[in-house]
Write a protein that binds this ligand. Structure first.
Ligand code: TRP
Length: 457
């Protein structure tokens, strides 16, 4: 059973930073501010906070719990916990598949942060001409070779870190990058508070503008709560499997969710004042980060410095998330197939790099690798992967993990594992509330999100 030679995190803080590193990503810095903008601010933020508390946190606790109980990666976890081969393992397979697919296009967007860091350092963004910056972004999107190059660089960095192992690679990278990320974000927030537009931005994010909230917005908040916490594909399960039995799993999971939420809210309070100060509307899509931010930085004192810090922030956030995606898949080959870590990581990184090439070419005109293939309606390869993973694989995986944890596990076993090392976990009303949410509210919420994705709601 318990394998004393299996990798584990050095400390609870190491787990929290690694798990928060996975959770804090492009979803917090780019997507959350933009969907908040689209949904009119305040009321949407409140729904999002409720979704994190009532849906996201219960699943996160369930994932980390299953991981620590099974002490193996996501495909093997179900068999280990039921004691025999079981159809539940399908959810683990979906998770690994989702990891491969998500990382293949996540790496392309992450590569853009490196490209923009380079443009900043070259002084190419300093003029701040809106038309030129919009053209520069369009040119990057259409430039297949540059996209493939940065995608390769980003995958190589991710692989080098994951290859070094759980403590020396994953944990150490998070311990270095997460504090830097938080410091940069805090510095930018302090700066943002000095802008005249801060009050307006604050009201936009926290004022109760209920009129702008729609039922679709509620479901979007729910779906995003899921994605931003890295749930549904076994990332938290895999990290939970490296958490020591002595550590307080409940407190560590809550700390992770709180950090992720703080970063998302801070990102809004940084991006909106800067956007408003430059006289721009809260825009939508990739434009907010890659077009509007450079325009705004060019108009502000110290612009190039803030721009360099901002794209470093984006790069670090994307990197710690990518590390978790690669770790889930690598852990499967290491735990279940007994591969050596370097071999597993090298092969997977190569595979994911190749699989990401069509995404890197999705904006270019040349039809190599079927960049112009439109499988699902009008979506190109990049959008198809994002759609499949975010709307289908992750919710299905989350449903499976939640159902297994809430309905299939024996109560005594689940309860003692939950309470192990945790005063809050041992507190019966807390345990029962968690179980109730996981049994009823979580599956209903996931089914609603899927019905919405299908256009039924
Ligand atoms: N949570 C990350 C973000 O907000 C994305 C991410 C990383 C992710 N790993 C994941 C999402 C695993 C789902 C599952 O950008």
């Amino acid at each position: 059973m318990a394998d004393p030679t299996r990798a584990h995190f050095q400390s609870r803080l190491g787990f929290i930073l690694a798990a928060a590193g996975s959770a804090v990503g492009l979803g917090n810095l780019w997507k959350f501010p933009y969907i908040t903008g689209m949904n009119g601010g305040g009321a949407f933020v409140l729904i999002y906070l409720l979704a994190i508390l009532l849906v996201g946190l219960p699943i996160m606790l369930g994932e980390v719990l299953l991981g620590r109980m099974a002490a193996t990666s996501v495909i093997g976890a179900f068999r280990r916990l039921t004691g025999a081969p079981t159809p539940w393992s399908i959810f683990g397979v979906l998770g690994v598949l989702a990891g491969v697919i998500i990382l293949s296009y996540y790496s392309v967007v992450a590569g853009w942060s490196l490209h923009y860091l380079r443009l900043t350092l070259d002084g190419a963004l300093a003029a701040g001409d809106p038309k030129a910056l919009a053209d520069a972004f369009a040119a990057l999107y259409a430039d297949g070779a540059t996209n493939v190059l940065w995608h390769a660089v980003f995958m190589a960095v991710t692989a080098l870190i994951v290859a070094r192992g759980v403590q020396k690679g994953v944990e150490r990278a998070a311990k270095v990058m997460m504090p830097v990320l938080l410091i940069i974000l805090a510095a930018m927030l302090v700066y943002a508070t000095t802008l005249d537009s801060f009050a307006r931005a604050f009201d936009f994010v926290f004022g109760m503008h209920t009129a702008a909230l729609t039922p679709a917005g509620v479901l979007e908040a729910l779906g995003h709560a899921f994605f931003t916490l890295s749930l549904g594909m076994g990332a938290m399960l895999t990290y939970g499997s490296y958490l020591s039995r002595r550590d307080d799993l409940v407190a560590a999971s809550i700390a992770t969710a709180v950090l992720d939420t703080l970063v998302a809210l801070m990102a809004c309070l940084v991006l909106f004042p800067i956007t408003f100060a430059a006289g721009m509307a809260p825009a939508s899509g990739p434009g907010l980060v890659f077009i509007n931010m450079p325009i705004a930085f060019a108009q502000l004192p110290g612009g190039p410095l803030w721009s360099a810090l901002f794209f470093t922030l984006l790069f670090f956030a994307a990197l710690t998330s990518a590390i978790s995606l690669l770790e889930v898949v690598a852990a499967y080959l290491i735990d279940e197939r007994r591969w050596s870590r370097p071999r597993a990581v090298a092969l997977l990184a190569l595979l994911i790099f190749v699989l990401g090439i069509p995404s890197a070419l999705s904006g270019s005109d040349d039809a190599t690798f079927g960049a112009q293939v439109h499988w699902l309606g009008e979506r190109n390869w990049f959008d198809t992967f994002d759609y499949l993973a975010s709307n289908w694989l992750l919710p299905l995986g989350g449903l499976g993990i939640a159902a297994f944890c809430a309905w299939r596990l024996g109560d005594r076993q689940r309860r003692s594992a939950f309470a192990e090392g945790s005063p809050l976990g041992a507190f019966t009303p807390f345990y029962l509330s968690w179980l109730l949410l996981l049994r009823y509210l979580v599956p209903i919420a996931i089914l609603l999100v899927m019905a919405h994705a299908l256009g039924l709601l």
